[in-house]
Write a new protein. Structure first.
Length: 90
C-alpha cells in the first residue's frame, strides 16, 4: 500500500528532504532524487506509520467506549424518590 499525500504536502516534503541533505549529508540531493526517496519511504515505511496511527486511534476510541457507560448512565427507579420529595413540605 502506497500512501498518497496531497501535492502541496509532497512538494514541501521534497523541499525538506533537499534541505536535510544540504545541511546534514556530504552530498546534495536533487529534486527528482528527493521525490524518489520520498516515494520509497511512503511505500516502504509509510504503512508501518499508518498502521501504528490506526492502532493508536483504536486504543483511544476503545478507552472512550469503555467510559461511555459512565457518561450516559442513568439511575433507575427514581420516580418515587422524586414523588416523595415533592410531597414533603419545605
Amino acid at each position: 500500500m502506497t500512501l498518497e499525500i496531497p501535492r502541496e504536502a509532497r512538494q514541501q516534503a521534497i523541499a525538506s528532504i533537499e534541505r536535510y541533505f544540504n545541511e546534514h549529508m556530504e552530498e546534495r540531493i536533487g529534486n527528482i532524487a528527493a521525490g524518489a526517496l520520498l516515494g520509497f519511504f511512503l511505500e516502504e515505511v509509510g504503512p508501518l506509520i499508518y498502521n501504528q496511527a490506526v492502532a493508536d486511534v483504536q486504543e483511544r476510541l476503545q478507552a472512550r467506549i469503555n467510559e461511555i457507560d459512565i457518561e450516559v448512565h442513568e439511575e433507575p427507579f427514581l420516580y418515587w424518590q422524586k414523588y416523595e420529595k415533592a410531597k414533603k413540605p419545605r
